[in-house]
Design a binder for this molecule. Sequence first.
Ligand SMILES: [Zn+2]
Length: 432
Amino acid sequence: MRAAILSLTLLLTPAAAMAEVVVEAIRTWQGPEHTRVVFDLSEPVRHELFVLDDPDRAVVDLANTQLSDELVDGIRSEGPIERVRTGQRDDGVRIVFDLDRALKAEGFAVAPNSQYGDRLVVDLLTGEGSTEGLLVQRERERTPVKTSNGTPRGDFVVAIDAGHGGEDPGAIGPAGTYEKDIVLSVAKRLARRVDAVDGLRPVLIRDGDYYVGLRDRTRKARAANADLFVSLHADAFTDRRVKGSSVFVLSRNGASSEMARMLARSENAADRIGGVSLGDKDPQVASVLVDLSRAHTVEESLAFGKVVKSELSAVGDVHGKGVEQAGFAVLKSLDMPSVLVELAFLSNPEEERRLKSADYQRQLAGGILNGIREYAGSERPDLRLAGGEYTVERGDTLSEIAARHSVSVQSLRSVNNLPGNQLHAGRTLQLP
Ligand SMILES: [Zn+2]
């Protein structure tokens, strides 16, 4: 009897009311190598994804799912997407992306985190994909360049990596500021400053609001034959009083402090937010690449990190003593000196306010630029790096400043119209 009632109910219930999963929002992110479509779901969904040609389109079937027309109408036609259509099916909903080109698509489910619930991510792959083969090839191309010591070899290339992006906001300040926005803004300022120095050339790893996988960040730096890698962050800490900038380099043997360990954990989790597990790449290939130059690179990274930290101490508070070490995934498998700079703590209300100001962003970019100049100048004396500025600290002398920036006292004087030896703390000096 009960079975009979149940089947009667099923017959009378409209299909839509039976749907269990609800699509709550749809977001799209445009990156240079993919367009990412993210479906926010009330619970995990069974999905199928495939591409068809003539005309080119990507089809997503979501089983047992409700989707409102307004959400679909809200998807902009940009990147490869020309139009989006939907159709209700017996067992769910079909979403069709009409495309302006043939491409590959990938779909994967992402588990809830502190920010979002269950999600389905669909990547429409528009550009060169990430392959370990490419990584190895670049490594071979790079090696002869490194060994030709002393011979001129073009600009000193600085890879500037704004952390997070797109679906991954990074830390969120008490007033709602996103880390991804702050670091992109500072990265762009830094790139402009680097570009203004003869002999230096910037490469922005991310130049918009989209996510780049941690491995893809290092791949891009390699592809650009970068000589230096600077990853910019502004993270949160549980204790809101903690403030100041800090500089980290890779450690293979554990973290140098509890904070370093915590930050590495949260940075490394970014790829899980982005939906790509680091574990799906061949770890063997990666570790071989790291071993090639690990010891030397970590040493160089520490040297570069010290210079950057000392320059940042002229800009504002610095956290902790010296350069810290931790197992940051973004710094792994890089064969160039690489540092991760936490510009400040977004969890500290005062620092959140400063981080949003253009003036402070400029100062931070200036401090990092000075560190880059100093390091690049010592590595590549042939470049005769010029330009940049330095903010005088209490106790500084002209000769010390000159020595630190590899310039003469005389040139420092004439560029800044300094008649005597007296310096005022806080004054900005142009570096010749
Ligand atoms: Zn971060």
